[in-house]
Design a protein around this ligand. Structure first.
Ligand code: AMP
Length: 402
């Protein structure tokens, strides 16, 4: 079974072609700047040279068309015919309360995902555009939606309700949903395997720390709380997102800066976070370079991030009555040795002992706590595409049997 995994953003499409025989990536790539000047497809078939293909790409249908053409290109492609693609798996950001697992896409599902766009106006519409484009270009190939929110649907009301009037939840679905679900699900299951224990016997805190960051409390294999909320703006301070702030700041700033709701949303999503605090960059590597040269605001942004991650670890250890493992994943979690060390500093009371030597590692699944550490600290590279491919494979295999 060969699965085409698609992740559509508003102006981008990321993709992988995965052979489920050995779960290997055959080809992957990215389209950037859809509908803008300078749009480009960057494609790599494993074992061949990477190609950069600039051209006008007005919309998602054209983008998918160009990706499929690249996949069957004689020189740099990976397939002899598009009929080799058995199924398509789509990352869909918001599944609301409707979807607690991945689902085969039909007209009804598409309508529901469209309706959920009300809650994720920036995210669901491009996901839908990708689904429609694939449907148009490969009408007979089954398509599956894998939701970012699905893994967190096990949260109890005490964790997902906000202190607003109950009607806002009942009428508008305003509550915590959580995101990065495929990543938290993947690394928590991987951690159980590394620890050679069933997930049902473990309390794991998963720290997905990248440009967007979130933390989840995974109790007996299920997410029972997570730091992102109704949108992916909540929780930790992130690259350009502010994370949790006093909600009363919002109307104050809107009035002061004369911002309408859309402009305020953009401000909090794109101009704040470690970028806004430091005035330097959203990238942790740039912040570390600046901090090493004495830039106090870059240091403050880094310190705030570590402090907040630590606070969530403490909170989630409290709600799970302890913790057996802490997992670091995503760009910062997998690569930033210093940030991992700083977060784990002073967590001795919890039974966390990081091993300095073991922690001197990037991007590989390994234990980074000392042999004496009561709480295991693990580095696990995430693989959201593989989660999407596995779910798609499972659902589509079932189809054939019917
Ligand atoms: P992601 O969103 O998971 O792709 O993570 C991207 C972020 O990871 C970048 O913006 C950087 O802040 C961070 N990152 C990647 N590599 C490193 C590294 N070697 N050291 C520190 N941070 C890194």
């Amino acid at each position: 079974m060969k699965i085409f995994v698609v992740n559509c953003g508003s102006s981008s499409i990321k993709y992988q072609l995965i052979d489920m025989k050995n779960e290997s990536v055959i080809a992957k790539g990215l389209i950037e700047r859809i509908g803008m000047k300078g749009s480009m497809l960057t494609h790599t078939t494993v074992g061949k040279d990477k190609v950069k293909l600039p051209s006008a790409i007005p919309d998602h249908v054209d983008g998918i068309k160009k990706i499929l053409a690249a996949l069957v290109n004689e020189k740099y492609g990976a397939l002899t015919s598009l009929s080799e693609i058995d199924a398509v798996g789509h990352r869909v950001v918001h599944g609301g309360e409707k979807y607690s697992a991945s689902v085969l896409i039909d007209a009804k599902v598409l309508r529901t995902v469209d309706k959920l766009s009300e809650m994720a106006p920036l995210h669901n519409p491009p996901n839908i555009a990708g689904i429609k484009a694939c449907k148009k270009l490969m009408p007979k190939v089954p398509q599956v939606a894998v939701f970012d929110t699905a893994f967190h649907q096990t949260m109890p009301p005490v964790a997902y309700m906000y202190g607003l009037k109950y009607d806002e939840y009942k009428k508008s679905g305003i509550r915590r949903y959580g995101f990065h679900g495929s990543s938290h699900r993947y690394v928590s299951a991987y951690a159980a395997k590394m620890l050679k224990k069933p997930a049902s016997k473990l309390r794991i805190i998963t720290c997905h720390l990248g440009n967007g960051s979130s933390i989840a409390a995974v109790y007996k294999g299920k997410s029972i709380d997570t730091s992102m909320g109704f949108t992916p703006l909540a929780g930790l301070i992130m690259g350009t997102r502010c994370g949790d702030i006093d909600p009363a700041v919002v109307p104050v700033l809107m009035a002061k800066k004369k911002l309408d709701p859309a402009a305020m949303d953009k401000y909090m999503n794109k101009e704040c976070g470690v970028l806004g605090v430091s005035g330097v960059s959203s990238d942790f590597r740039d912040l570390e370079t600046a901090a090493a040269k004495g830039n106090a605001r870059a240091q403050l942004a880094l310190d705030m991030f570590c402090y907040q991650v630590k606070k969530y670890i403490g909170a989630y250890a409290a709600v799970m009555d302890g913790v057996d493992a802490i997992v670091f994943t995503a760009g910062v979690g997998e690569n930033d040795i210093g940030t991992r060390a700083k977060i784990c500093e002073g967590l001795d009371y919890l039974g966390v002992k990081l091993d300095k030597k073991r922690n001197n590692v990037r991007g590989e699944a390994t234990e980074i706590s000392s042999a004496k550490s009561k709480v295991k600290v693990l580095l696990i590279p995430t693989n959201e595409e593989l989660v999407i491919a596995r779910d798609t494979d499972k659902i589509c295999k079932g189809l054939k049997k019917k």
